[in-house]
Design a protein around this ligand. Structure first.
Ligand SMILES: NC(=O)c1ccc[n+]([C@@H]2O[C@H](COP(=O)([O-])OP(=O)(O)OC[C@H]3O[C@@H](n4cnc5c(N)ncnc54)[C@H](O)[C@@H]3O)[C@@H](O)[C@H]2O)c1
Length: 258
């Protein structure tokens, strides 16, 4: 079977995770990885065994590269999406697309016009347990959905430097939970209320929040609640519950018993 040639923009935290996953995928050949700070990424370069490059054009102009992964800081996503689409390359881009509706629509238009495939990095839909809750809902086992709860806690609060460029808790972290709420219900949200505070990292006071409760009202009058924290002392904690007229379906992290 022919391997798909891909190029990766950005080899930081998430770029390295995607790259290492792709190395283990027999259908993929990572042809090029570009990062302007390649000189600081020697350990990763050695681990993956691919020479990092610094000029994005080497990916844009490589006709053998059919698909790209955009794993760069959020404020660069739209430029990379538009250029990749213009070059006819299929695109996986990390969330969020951008921090403004206008910029996101620019990316959407470029992708539509080019007719390329586009996927955004909202990964939790592919978690087998969360996908199973969705299946139970779709199979009618839960009945009419009345209430959805999403608990989402990160292991460690990010530093101020990250918070400043992240778009804040709601754009950076709750985005996964908004996606989960829409994915499970198949409904659009029509109203949002939130209460939020700073409990994990006082350094971010006045810049962002790190602990939040978000109430959602969906178009059919069903309701949802998202509970967020940037820090859970015991590690990454993800749970959902879909409660309906016939019963409830809930999942938590997969934990090892011993
Ligand atoms: N889906 C998820 O769960 C998830 C998790 C973490 C991060 N993210 C998203 O991934 C993106 C990157 O986050 P990160 O935590 O990996 O950040 P990071 O700072 O660790 O890595 C970004 C990398 O991009 C490089 N870079 C900077 N400008 C570039 C450019 N113009 N071209 C190519 N590379 C460039 C940097 O040198 C760095 O190595 C963000 O949009 C973030 O929201 C998603």
């Amino acid at each position: 079977m022919k391997k798909l040639n891909v190029g990766i923009f950005g080899a930081g935290r998430i770029g390295q995770i995607h790259a290492m996953n792709l190395v283990n995928n027999p259908n993929i050949n990572i042809k090029r990885i570009v990062d302007p700070f390649a000189d600081k990424l020697k350990d990763f370069e050695e681990k993956i065994g691919i020479k990092l490059e610094t000029d994005p054009d080497v990916i844009f102009n490589d006709e053998e590269i059919e698909a790209v992964l955009i794993c760069t800081p959020t404020d660069t996503h739209v430029d990379y999406i538009v250029k990749s689409a213009e070059k006819g390359k299929h695109i996986f881009c990390e969330k969020p697309v951008s921090l403004s509706d206008e910029e996101s629509m620019k990316a959407y238009k470029a992708v539509k016009e080019a007719g390329v495939k586009f996927q955004i990095g909202v990964n939790r839909r592919y978690d087998r347990n969360f996908a199973y809750v969705k299946k139970l809902i779709d199979d009618g086992k839960v009945g009419d959905l009345e209430l959805v709860r999403v608990d989402s806690r990160d292991p460690e609060a990010p530093p101020l430097s990250y918070v400043k460029s992240s778009g804040g808790l709601f754009m950076d972290m709750t985005i996964h939970d908004f996606d989960m709420a829409r994915f499970l219900t198949g409904k659009e949200v029509v109203e949002v209320y939130t209460q939020a505070t700073v409990k994990c990292n006082k350094e971010i006071e006045g810049v962002d929040v790190d602990t939040a409760i978000i109430n959602l009202i969906f178009e059919d009058d069903s309701i949802g609640v998202i509970l967020n924290s940037r820090r859970a002392a015991y590690g990454y904690d993800q749970r959902v519950e879909a409660f309906g007229s016939k019963g409830t379906a809930m999942v938590e992290n997969d934990l090892e018993a011993n």
